[in-house]
Design a protein around this ligand. Structure first.
Ligand code: GLU
Length: 300
């Protein structure tokens, strides 16, 4: 049987948040309980907001929590060539077309919207002739035509999930007009190259998964297993976010020991029956995915 390979894929645009720590704890337990390894990758495509100092802070916070990894692959800001090669491959295998739309021109009130509220891209750019394309000014973004195809998978937490790419998502961007590659492409290329077999992350990314599976399929990459984990919320059901400074590890490390935080997350999410201080390693023997609650986890 091949070895499980899990990953931590933080975005180093701030201090690690408790919600990220929860997803990494589960990624670690999932891979380690299967005798597998863990890869760390910094998702720093947004070079304006991401810094090496935040990346180092995240490594320190992971170690403090007791979450180790076996190797770190190059950060996304150094991977432009790999993404360019993938884009070229996609151009030869699907309809990838230049697009000059601006955000403003797309947010038209009457435009059809996908389930997550983003406007479905109109066919106007896709249908432009070569002649028209030559006359357009400025560098284009590159979009992939979403086929009329339903992509489904079985999530390890939420069960069967599917989306029709054409009606649920629409033609989507691979590279922005300013040359920056988007997360959806980078994550697929990087996970594929690192040999990742298990993706564990917040359930806010559940709806991105059909798109990523489709890109992986076009690029000839092996299929992966997915577990999307519940969000942490306050008592009113509000999702905790990076804006809740009290929930970042910079603050939490001043008031808690790592085992207390791990114990809190493990108890509230159903992994252990009572709240007690525990290390990730101590959770390993008892870890089973089916213990995890599927509802949002109230933390505050
Ligand atoms: N970089 C993303 C984050 O920090 C995670 C992306 C993923 O796990 O696919 O939220």
């Amino acid at each position: 049987m091949s070895t499980a390979v899990g990953r931590f894929a933080p975005t180093p645009s701030g201090r690690m948040h408790l919600g990220n720590a929860f997803a990494y704890l589960l990624a670690w337990l999932s891979a380690r309980s299967a005798g597998g390894e863990i890869v760390l990758r910094m998702e720093d495509l947004d070079t304006l907001r991401c810094t090496d100092a935040f990346a180092e802070g995240i490594r320190r916070d992971l170690r403090w929590l007791g979450l180790d990894w076996d190797r770190e692959t190059p950060p996304q800001k150094l991977r432009t060539e790999a993404y360019e090669a993938a884009l070229e491959k996609l151009k030869s295998r699907a309809n990838v077309f230049p697009c000059w739309c601006t955000r403003g021109s797309l947010n038209l009130v009457n435009a059809p919207h996908a389930a997550d509220g983003h406007p479905i891209h109109p066919a106007s750019c896709r249908l432009r002739s070569e002649e028209e394309r030559r006359r357009m000014k400025g560098p284009p973004a590159w979009r992939l035509e979403a086929p009329d195809l339903t992509v489904g998978f079985t999530d390890g937490v939420y069960g069967p999930y599917e989306e029709n790419l054409k009606t649920g998502c629409g033609d989507f961007v691979l590279r922005r007009a300013d040359g920056v590659f988007v997360y959806q492409l980078a994550v697929v290329v990087d996970d594929g190259e690192a040999g990742v077999t298990q993706v564990v992350r917040g359930c806010d990314l559940l709806s991105s998964t059909p798109r990523q599976i489709y890109l992986g399929h076009l690029l000839g990459l092996p299929e992966m297993q997915y577990w999307h984990v519940p969000m942490l919320t306050d008592r009113e059901g509000r999702k905790l976010s990076k804006r809740d400074a009290a929930m970042d590890l910079g603050q939490l490390r001043q008031t808690h020991r790592p085992e207390e935080l791990v114990g809190l997350l493990a108890f509230r999410s159903g992994l252990i029956p009572r709240e007690e201080a525990v290390s990730p390693r101590e959770l390993l023997g008892e870890f089973r995915w089916d213990k995890l609650k599927k509802e949002d986890i109230v933390i505050l």
